[in-house]
Design a protein around this ligand. Structure first.
Ligand code: PEP
Ligand code: MG
Length: 589
């Protein structure tokens, strides 16, 4: 038995067999094939070899032109490998005997090949391992085409172990088959972690060496509550976790008794407690968990995992379905937030040095007005079918906000001209997730009817701590005095200008911080559906007056750890005697 500790990304406990996904961006599942598929797999293999050969020749030509022939010689070794008869024969033989898809057979053959090479007594040959790996990655890429859907083909229930998973990988994990996952890298507010929460898949990220510690088929326990992964547990540990898993699920069910009740404090302050969503199929769960609306719909997921962009009509149909299903509750449609850690392959968004500081979200949309306006028209059209709010991500200042609003007005005019209905009073919101926006909220307030604080980004930009990097996760601190001050500044500026202030970052779903957020004056909290009943229970158990006092005190601390210790203490006090919460948290409260 071995235990690794990482970052708890999505709560819950999963127990099952490990499926190791191969390389940081090359996961190769062992997909079974039938005997009559063997010929097709051989053909796919030959096509991938040809395609790879052409790509290498092109690169070689380019390098010869730019740097001279001697620099291009390294690719001769790559080309030779593509013609290695032994390797090719081994793959073809493997297809016939193993009856597994060619990607897997090929990657296994390659592994053997590089192991042999790295053990030979010849330095030159040993150095060729890197070449072999390089070509193998290229061939695999060509075999697997777009990386989309590679996880869709998993047919048994597994726990995925990977170096990393992209948010779009996570979105395609078939919920019934991937029952948990663990990764080497990643942070708590990466979109991969957020997606896992939405899909209710227990996950631990940022484990650093999990891919080295686990073998395919090992039994693994994912403890997404404490951030532990247990590899090959002994019988008693396994039993304990089985009991814990049942307890966790039972408490979740018990909390659902609040579904029909409002999120109101003991002294009658009503909070709009909404849900965040990524995929339309989450609606049933969101309703079941008792949300008062959707506070953040990350619409970009409709754009991921596909080869062509969705047109206005497709977007409209998708939004209309969500809006009608939630009616009369509001649905906050956030316009496209691509870039950062969510990429489109077909738009060929260039790779950037600092994607989170780069061409993402509203910046991308304002530069691509046709794409943006098609989405705005689709959102406006959906507003005829229920209560819709439109929200722009990553606003950095007034100019950008005004440019976005101008496009919205233009889209409205386009629809009026065509006689298409929409809600003329549609509410407009700006996400406040860049410090420059927080500092100029008074200016932005004139252009919108609500703000929504995106703490996932606001924290990373305010503290200069990448939200997806486990190495500096200790710096990524929602309780940092700078973060609390920024939130207070946004709420105060919003309220002075009669603008509602919401929070939709992951911080809104941290139970220990709920009282501080209430006390700072937030009007709405939008959280992932699974945590919503717990947050509602807390809101219903406390007094707003008390929360205000706690927020005032919290603002006096100089360090995040002291804020957090204070928040925990006050939280325990407030929930003491709350029977359901005490049973829910067992020893911890
Ligand atoms: C945020 O940044 O807090 C947010 C809600 O947006 P996203 O997580 O999609 O960047
Ligand atoms: Mg954001």
């Amino acid at each position: 038995m071995k235990i690794l500790t990482g970052i708890a990304a999505a709560s819950g406990i999963a127990i099952g067999r490990a499926m190791l996904l191969d390389h940081e961006d090359m996961s190769v599942p062992a997909v079974p094939i039938t005997p009559d598929q063997v010929a097709g797999e051989v053909l796919r293999f030959e096509e991938a070899l040809t395609k790879t050969r052409n790509q290498i020749l092109k690169i070689q030509h380019q390098i010869t032109l730019e740097l001279g022939r001697e620099h291009a010689e390294i690719f001769d070794a790559h080309l030779m490998l593509l013609e290695d008869r032994t390797l090719i024969a081994e793959v073809i033989q493997g297809l016939k005997t193993q009856r597994l898809a060619v990607e897997y057979v090929f990657s296994q053959a390659l592994k053997k090949y590089s192991t042999v090479l790295s053990n030979v007594n010849d330095e030159y040959l040993r150095e060729r391992v890197a070449d072999v790996n390089d070509v193998s990655r290229r061939i695999l890429k060509n075999l697997m085409g777009e990386q989309t859907g590679r996880l869709d083909r998993i047919t048994e229930k597994v726990i995925v172990i990977a170096y990393d998973l992209s948010p779009s990988d996570t979105a395609t994990m078939h919920k019934k088959n991937v029952i948990g996952f663990a990764t080497d890298i990643g942070g708590r507010t990466s979109h991969t972690a957020i997606m896992a929460k939405s899909l209710e898949v227990p996950a631990v990220v940022g484990l650093e060496k999990i891919t080295q510690a686990v073998k395919d088929g090992d039994e693994v326990i994912i403890d997404g509550i404490s951030g532990k992964v247990i590899i090959n547990p002994d019988a008693s540990t396994r039993e304990t976790y089985e009991v814990e898993r049942e307890k966790y699920l039972a408490h979740g069910r018990e909390l659902l008794q609040f579904t029909g009740t409002p999120a109101v404090t003991l002294d009658k302050r009503l909070i709009g407690l909404m849900a965040n969503m990524e995929l339309p199929e989450e609606i049933a769960s969101i309703r079941a968990h008792g949300a008062a609306g959707i506070g953040l719909y990350r619409t970009e997921y409709l754009y991921l995992n596909r080869r062509t962009l969705p047109n206005e009509e497709e977007q409209f149909e998708s939004y209309k379905e969500v809006v009608s299903a939630m009616n009369p509750m509001p649905v906050t449609l956030r316009t496209l937030d691509l870039g950062g850690d969510k990429f489109l392959s077909h738009l060929e968004m260039p790779r950037e040095m600092n994607p989170f500081l780069g061409w993402r979200a509203i910046r991308f949309c304002l530069a691509m007005p046709e794409i943006f306006k098609a989405q705005l028209r689709a959102i406006l059209r959906a507003s005829a079918f229920g209560k819709v709010r439109v929200m722009y991500p990553l606003i950095s200042g007034l100019e950008e906000l005004m440019a976005a609003n101008a496009m919205l007005e233009q889209s409205k005019r386009d629809l009026i001209k065509k006689g298409i209905a929409f809600d003329p009073k549609i509410e407009i919101g700006a996400m406040i997730e860049i410090p420059s926006a927080a500092l100029t909220c008074d200016l932005l307030a004139k252009q919108v009817s609500f703000f929504s604080i995106g703490t996932n980004d606001l924290i990373q930009y305010a503290l200069a701590a990448d939200r997806v990097n486990e190495k500096i996760a200790y710096l990524y601190d929602p309780a940092h005095p700078a973060v609390l001050r920024l939130i207070k500044m946004i709420v105060d500026a919003g309220h002075q200008n009669k603008v509602k202030v919401c929070m939709c970052g992951e911080m809104a779903g941290d139970p220990e911080l709920t009282m501080i957020l209430l006390g700072l004056g937030l009007d709405e909290l939008s959280v992932s559906a699974v945590i919503l009943p717990e947050i509602k229970l807390i809101i219903r158990s406390v007094k707003f007056e008390n929360a205000r006092r706690i927020a005032r005190e919290a603002l006096k601390f100089s360090m995040g750890k002291d804020v957090m210790a204070y928040a925990r203490e006050e939280f325990k006090k407030a929930m003491k005697g709350q029977r359901l919460y005490e049973s829910l948290k067992g020893k911890s409260v």
